[in-house]
Design a protein around this ligand. Structure first.
Ligand code: SF4
Length: 488
């Protein structure tokens, strides 16, 4: 096991990579909310079904996944070279590239760029990177308001809420909750608004249209950047991104350094994998691409902020670096039995679900997110769904070992296993333990024990224990075989 000293992780307390509670504590709160579980169950079932249908239509889906994984692996191996190429190409086409070591630097760069324009408001394209660094809060502190223009992000923003899904940030809300939020918070919501999806979308559309037309600055993320031509790409479903990327005079894009692809051929693989895996569509409705600035067409000033914020530290881990291959499709969230029950807020990070459980602890350092690698049953559904074949279960196990090593403390499970080993070495102790365990039958209901007394409570804090059988193996052996050498 290696430890990587000296490579900076994301700064503590800035942005949204860790929550105030541990995962088990936050999950318990979420599990007590039946409406949340109902909303999540319905939404994830629907997306899963759509995805399975469109993925099933592609005869070479496995080959595409293999290609995606190979491109990501090769790109990460020479990330520095590709990033420098990207910088050269963006600059040659009239853009300006800024390098941000972490969230503090990125927020400072964006804030000063917006200030320089004199604008007091920016329109935003849905972007995980800007949420990760807490850009809206940083802008607000500088007296600049950020308007989210993605419908789901707008619902989250107006509801003073936090996103709970990478792709569908308001997945935890149902239609009537959204109607209430619009009526309460959106000053220009129609008086006769109903919870019909079309009416809700039209209300948001009218509200946002005024902001688009008035905006002088837009802030976006990027799904991909093609190094060979310095081209940025945003894929989306609503067209709000296209408005932000074309109408304002100044465009600022914040992009994690791992989003780069070397060539257009590489991009073509991901443009096939992403829509089917994320929204369950054959192709997303809007794909916007731009390279630098074009006089008289679109933004006349373009800034690209390349964000590290713990990514280089992640890259240094030979196993963990696979998390950087993620294309943020959300397929792993939608198939995860843990995510489906707890929702995204329990993860504390803007990256929830299986990918969040392996990415967030690496960006922050595992000491700041020690419970996330345990937020999984290791069932493997996330690996099967991942379009770039990230072996998330393997990463989870790897990060659990890092948590143990860095905390230098044995886990409750390790203590229990050591005690079991001690007991099993002695036939007398083992027999006595078997007899004592039968007493546990009194604690069981419907074959499960939900809470054991300390120190065994460490085991049942996050899982049930089976009720011990009526007879031990030795008793069974003595009863069913003739004259066995046993001890009850
Ligand atoms: S880990 Fe894979 S399945 Fe999960 S969001 Fe990333 S690319 Fe999609």
């Amino acid at each position: 096991m290696k430890t990587y000293l000296g490579l900076p992780t994301a700064p503590r307390g800035v942005g949204a990579l860790s929550g105030s509670q541990t995962f088990p504590a936050a999950a318990r709160v979420a599990l007590d909310n039946p409406q949340l579980r109902k909303n999540l169950g319905h939404a994830t079932r629907t997306i899963r079904g759509k995805r399975a249908e469109v993925v099933g239509e592609v005869p070479d889906w496995e080959e595409l996944r293999l290609a995606g994984a190979a491109i990501k692996r090769a790109t990460m191996a020479s990330l520095d070279v590709h990033l420098e190429r990207l910088e050269r190409e963006v600059t040659a086409r009239g853009g300006t590239v800024h390098w941000a070591t972490d969230s503090v630097a990125a927020n400072r760069i964006v804030t000063s760029l917006v200030r320089a324009t004199g604008a007091r408001e920016v329109v935003k394209v849905k972007s995980m990177a800007t949420q990760e660094i807490g850009l809206n809060e940083a802008l607000e502190e500088a007296g600049i308001s950020a308007v989210e223009t993605d419908l789901a992000e707008l619902i989250v923003q107006l509801g003073h809420d936090r996103p709970s899904h990478i792709l569908v940030p308001a997945i935890h809300r149902n239609r009537s909750e959204i109607k209430e939020i619009f009526q309460r918070e959106m000053g220009d919501a129609p008086a006769d608004l109903t919870d019909e999806p079309r009416r809700l979308a039209m209300a948001a559309r009218a509200h946002l249209r005024r902001r688009f037309l008035a905006a002088r600055v837009a802030v976006s993320g990027a799904n991909f950047a093609v190094a060979e031509t310095g081209t940025l790409a945003v894929v989306e479903s609503e067209g709000n991104g296209r408005m932000c990327l074309t109408l304002p005079r100044t465009l600022i894009t914040v992009m994690g350094i791992e989003k780069i692809v070397p060539t257009w051929d590489d991009l073509s693989v991901f443009l096939q994998l992403l829509p089917r895996s994320s929204t369950g569509e054959r192709m997303n409705p809007y794909t916007s691409m731009w390279s630098g600035v074009t006089p008289g067409d679109g933004p006349q000033e373009f800034h690209l902020v390349l964000l590290d914020n713990g990514r280089t530290a992640t890259l240094a881990d030979e196993v963990g670096r696979e998390a950087l291959h993620c294309i943020r499709c959300s397929a792993c969230l939608n198939v995860c039995p843990v995510y489906e029950r707890t929702g995204g807020h329990a993860y504390g990070s803007v990256y929830p679900g299986p990918i969040g459980a392996v990415l967030s602890p690496q960006l922050t350092g595992v000491a700041d997110n020690p419970t996330l690698p345990y937020a999984s049953s290791l069932c493997g559904a996330c690996f099967d769904a991942c379009p770039v074949r990230i072996d998330i279960p393997n990463l989870l196990v790897h990060l659990r070992s890092r948590v143990v090593e860095e905390k230098k403390l044995p886990t409750a499970e390790a203590v229990a296993m050591a005690a079991a080993g001690w007991v099993m070495k002695s036939p007398g102790l083992f027999g006595a333990a078997g007899r004592a365990a039968r007493g546990g039958r009194l604690l069981g209901r419907r074959g499960r024990i939900r809470a054991l007394p300390p120190p065994l409570s460490a085991w049942t804090a996050s899982r049930d224990a089976p009720v011990p059988p009526k007879e031990t193996f030795r008793q069974w052996w003595r009863r069913t075989s003739s004259g066995g050498d046993t001890d009850a």
